[in-house]
Design a protein around this ligand. Structure first.
Ligand code: B12
Ligand code: SF4
Ligand code: SF4
Length: 224
């Protein structure tokens, strides 16, 4: 097995060419750890994900020759599983049950906080980032403690709160039911379904990392 100090570099070398970045590491204390494939408790997880449209060129090329349901999950698994195998790690995926607490892990690994939309906001990438998987290890991994400022605290006008046509976003959280009904309506089909979530688009933070039109449409369609 490779030592903990080379792990981050090995994972980056394998996945960065495909746009999947190492997003951070969480070292666990007793009693809060996910299980590894062999039933032992993990000592650490390394989060893997996209920033802005970083995964889109590689994924878009891959899907020209691959069919099937949940293509982004399949693509992510085709890249992350071999890395897990080579490092004797356990791979976790955000959409696989039982859902692992990816957002809680990200809050600890990257010091991020939730936006009113429910998704975590990053001071640089804004709302334009996500997680494609994580690797669990039986040992701790050296990591720097990150403490990022919370962008929403400094956002005076909070345009995300007024951009949603059905008021699904508020300071008390995101309401799935009105959002879903709107997305299924005629207006939703030509609005949010095509352009992406209007509330997410309205956020000024990390605007240069905003996903391209094709990726925005892809993620909206993946909700159904
Ligand atoms: C279920 C789910 C949804 C449900 C939310 C239902 C609900 N009200 O909770 C639905 C299908 C609506 C949804 C929608 C979206 N989701 Co979602 N979702 C998940 C999923 C698979 C599980 C969340 C969960 O319950 N985890 C289990 C608990 C134990 O984990 P946790 O970390 O403690 O949970 C946190 C979340 O539940 C969060 N939370 C609470 N309410 C809501 C509501 C929303 C909308 C979200 C996103 C999170 C959220 O607070 C918890 C405490 O930290 C996660 C992946 C994952 N494994 O976490 C993605 C995830 C949270 N989703 C994500 C995203 C990006 C979205 C969308 C923007 C997709 C899109 N269209 O592009 C939309 C947002 C809605 C919109 N306006 O378009 C990302 C968030 C990345 C980030 N930057 O934080 C995740 C992590 C997936 C990923 N691959 O990265 N999602
Ligand atoms: S618009 Fe402002 S409050 Fe809303 S998510 Fe962006 S930074 Fe946070
Ligand atoms: S996708 Fe559209 S309806 Fe749903 S929260 Fe975003 S703006 Fe509102």
């Amino acid at each position: 097995m490779s030592g903990p100090f080379a792990i981050r570099e090995l994972v980056s070398e394998a996945l960065e060419p495909h746009g999947i970045r190492v997003r951070g590491v969480v070292n666990f204390s007793c009693g809060e750890r996910p299980l590894l494939a062999d039933g032992v408790q993990a000592r650490s997880v390394m989060l893997l994900g996209n920033v802005g449209g970083s995964i889109w060129p590689a994924f878009d090329r891959w899907r020209e020759t691959h069919d099937g349901a949940d293509p982004l999950d399949s693509w992510s698994k085709s890249l992350i599983r071999p890395v897990a195998q080579a490092l004797e790690a356990t791979a976790y995926f955000p959409s696989d049950p039982p859902w692992q607490p990816f957002q809680q892990w990200a809050m600890r690994a990257e010091g991020l906080k939730p936006s009113p939309l429910g998704i975590l906001i990053h001071p640089q990438y804004g709302l334009w980032h996500g997680y494609r998987g994580a690797l669990g290890f039986p040992f701790a991994i050296e990591t720097e403690r990150v403490l990022e400022p919370h962008a929403c605290d400094d956002c005076r006008d909070k345009p995300c709160l007024t951009a949603c046509p059905v008021g699904a976003i508020s300071l008390s959280g995101f309401e799935v039911v009105p959002c879903r009904s709107h997305l299924e309506s005629g207006i939703g089909q030509v609005g949010c379904m095509k352009t992406g979530c209007l509330a997410r688009n309205a956020c000024p933070v990390g605007a240069s990392y905003r996903y391209g039109q094709e990726q925005l449409r892809f993620h909206m369609q993946a909700l159904f």
